[in-house]
Design a protein around this ligand. Sequence first.
Ligand code: HSE
Length: 400
Amino acid sequence: MINVAVLGYGTVGSGVVEVIETNKKDIERKIGASIEVKYILDLRDFPGDPYESKVIHDYDQIINDPDISIVCETMGGLEPAYTFTQKALSKGISVCTSNKELVAAHGPELIHLAQSNKCNYMFEASVGGGIPIIRPMNSALTAEHIDSVMGILNGTTNYILTRMDEDGADFADALKEAQDLGYAEKDPTADVEGYDISRKIAILSSLVCGHYVNYEDIYTEGITRITADDIKYARKMGKTIKLLAISSENEDGYFAMVAPFLVGREHPLYMVREAFNAIFIHGNTLDDTMYYGRGAGKLPTASAVVADVVDCARHIGKCITILWDDEKVQLTDADKYKCSYFVRVSADNRDKAEAAFEITDTVDAGVDGEFAFVTEVMDNTAFEAAAVKCGGVITRIRMI
Ligand code: HSE
């Protein structure tokens, strides 16, 4: 019998209980043993909930119960999740988590702690919601030298940008809808300012190189400055705006960035709509491979947590290999990242813009008083210098 405790009975935690109960027979067949959610830890009580009797408020009851072999940490945030995870792993109890904040901050240390105690720290649900991406990185893609990862890794922002693009919705209404659907973090700043996605690309980048990429070192721009006029221009160009996380290897090391990009119809990420996520990986011998699915939401995320539970249950007393040490990776300078830019300037500055930039195309989306254009491929340092020369820009969006 595998006894599980769920920490946090919120959106994902209640989803974990639901997935285990709904698919119990399948899961038990795959584990080769029966499975039971023995405890649900939460500060609150849940009168009338079918699992009300399993709700407890004292964590020590869980880690002092020798029957518990796996804990699902679905609390989110750094504390008390960090302390609870350390306590469980120190006792040889495996932890399966959806908490990207904790994984991005303390992943290598917690993996090491698990390995020292012959148990596992698993975090499939921390990136891409229900998309299996951590497991492919650790097993299916091990023959590859991965040189780039690019993805739509936040369901909330992709949902907002889809609503703005397809329905002309304004930002606030689309955000409210995403929150109502359970996609957004408690504080949506983490989604819309790109912090959530920067943690996810930090985790993926770390797994690519096997060392520690600190999300705080990643150049990050969110979507709060994207306007209805930007969307009009994008549509005019036959493109859409996506918040992308990119990570690649170059001759000087590794580079990572989070920013809104204009994506053309020909790119596979163009068709990733609503709260779906996709991760596009390039390996030196495999070439391109892409992973697509629900990147947020209760049951898809919970399904990924429970898949980790199954893996842990199959490896009681054994460690699953995850190569990620705490050697810090120095990322290369984001100012050197080269791309074309879409730029909007005041019509009064057209002459200056034409003198400052190498313009490859102009765009007329019917917005009065503006001149809009596409630049040659240039780095950010060159872009900023040219922007000053032309008297400042209304907005600029990178293009892939
Ligand atoms: N707030 C996150 C998102 C949840 O919207 O993608 C899944 O990590």
